[in-house]
Each structure stands twice: as C-alpha cells, then as structure tokens.
Design a protein around this ligand. Structure first.
Ligand code: CA2
Length: 159
C-alpha cells in the first residue's frame, strides 16, 4: 500500500540466521535450548507486529548467500538483525556487506559467546553493528527488535 499523508509505513527488518541454526532444537539443547528456528521465526514475526514492524526471516548455511541477501536488503529493509553463527568469528565478507548497509544492524547470539571457547570471543561483524545481544536464548531476537524500536523512537522515526 502506498503511504498517504500522515501515514507511517511499518519499518521492515531482515532477520538473518547463519550456518547450522536450522538444526536448533535437534542437537546440543544444553547450549542452544529446545526451541526450533521455525518457532523463533514465528515469535520474531509476532514481536515485530506488536512493535509496528514487519520482520522477514531467512537462514542460510552459505556465506555468499548471506552476503547477497545483505546487499539486496539495501533500499528494501530498514534494519538487519543477524545471528551469523560461526561466520561471526571468521567472515570479513559479512563485515564488509553489513558495513555497506545504510540502516542499523543488531547482532544476536543465543549463547553467551564470552563464556565459551576463546575463538568465539571475537566477532568480525561487530564493527558494523549498533550492538550485540548474547546469552539470552531465543528472546534475544525480541530484544534486538526492542533495541531497534527504541533507536527509531529516539531518532524521531516510526514506530
Ligand atoms: O550462540 C549463538 O547463537 C552462536 O551464534 C551459535 C553458533 C556458534 O558458532 C556461535 O559461536 C554462537 C553455532 C550455531 C550452531 O547451531 C546449532 C544448532 C543446533 C545444534 C548444534 C548447533
């Protein structure tokens, strides 16, 4: 629908999940819990609606596909929420793609990466983000949307 005078379009948020997160709920529940990615996506879409946003959720096991989606998000999405999974700790390509995106980026991790192995303590993509939410499980994605809503409110934009 085209926006008319006084009408605010919902902010569009692209929610990206990286490699192996499609396995959530099936392995390592002691680290990642029992919630499936489909359940997380459904909750994110509900939370976005409650905040007057629209969320589009995607997952890929392929670095290049994530890069392409981030490139294509320019001009189509207002923000990105990303759990880059293992690529967090390796990918200059994702950092570069996220740096080119004009809107805010929020990084999410289900686990507290700073309580885990040393190689997980470093995030390559953090340099392109507003901030990181880590260690709160699936609710982290909702917290990321709240952080975006708060930022947009502070900036005087919708929602
Ligand atoms: O805590 C997170 O959200 C991570 O991004 C998850 C990544 C890990 O490499 C990061 O260091 C932290 C791993 C995702 C693997 O997902 C699985 C899901 C179910 C079973 C096994 C792995």
């Amino acid at each position: 629908m085209a926006a008319s005078a006084g009408m605010t379009m919902a902010k569009r948020v692209l929610v990206l999940n990286g490699p192996n997160l499609n396995m959530l709920g099936q392995r390592q529940p002691e680290i990642y819990g029992r919630t499936t990615l489909a359940e997380i996506d459904a909750d994110v879409e509900t939370a976005a609606g409650e905040l007057g946003m629209e969320a589009v959720c995607r997952q890929s096991n392929h670095e290049g596909e994530l890069v392409t989606w981030i490139q294509e998000a320019r001009g189509d999405f207002d923000a990105i929420v990303i759990n880059a999974a293992a690529y967090t700790h390796t990918s200059v390509a994702l950092l570069d793609a996220l740096t080119l995106f004009e809107g805010p980026v929020v990084e999410v991790h289900l686990s507290n990466i700073h309580r885990r192995e040393a190689f997980r303590h470093r995030s390559y993509i953090s340099g392109a983000t507003l901030g990181m939410i880590a260690g709160f499980g699936p609710v982290g994605y909702r917290l990321a949307l709240l952080a975006l809503a708060d930022r947009w409110r502070a900036d005087g934009g919708a929602p």
